[in-house]
Design a binder for this molecule. Structure first.
Ligand code: THU
Length: 142
């Protein structure tokens, strides 16, 4: 994937992070999910007083896309860090639950996960690297 496209996705994830609803952890996450049709779906983490209903930023982006009929994806950029962080964020890779959701809709050898601290500082992984031997629809014969 071209550097310009990666940086555009990171910028959109940084914008989405501004909407993070995280009054309990104060850990703000933003994501930008690129669909194969060219559309980008953004997401942020949405916490809950009951804690477990919390939705991660990555899954928010996926569920927005799937709920609009889009199921094929190329890449996701993720940015994460404590509220009020000045300068570079930490490199926050997606949690296991989000990796499993990616596994449902993405080819693990092709789908790219961009973990970014800033538009300049990022790392690109395939889903397969983050979730080796992942269990997915193929394992159920689909
Ligand atoms: N979080 C995400 O949004 N994505 C991840 O991959 C890891 C964790 C959120 C959940 C919760 O709102 C906060 O970060 C602290 O765990």
């Amino acid at each position: 994937m071209q550097k310009e496209k990666i940086q555009e996705l990171i910028s959109l994830a940084l914008e989405a992070r501004k909407f993070s609803y995280s009054p309990y952890s104060h850990f703000e996450v933003g994501a930008a999910l690129l669909a194969k049709n060219g559309r980008v779906f953004t997401g942020c983490n949405i916490e809950n007083a009951g804690y477990t209903p919390t939705n991660c930023g990555e899954r928010t982006a996926f569920f927005k896309a799937v709920s609009e009929g889009v199921r094929e994806f190329t890449a996701i950029a993720v940015v994460a860090g404590p509220a009020g962080t000045k300068g570079d964020l930490a490199m926050g890779a997606p949690c296991g639950v989000c990796r499993q959701v990616m596994m449902e809709f993405c080819d693990p050898g092709e789908f790219l996960v961009i973990v970014a601290a800033s538009v300049e500082k990022y790392e690109v992984y395939t889903l397969e690297q983050l979730l080796p031997c992942g269990f997915g629809p193929k394992d159920l014969g689909m």
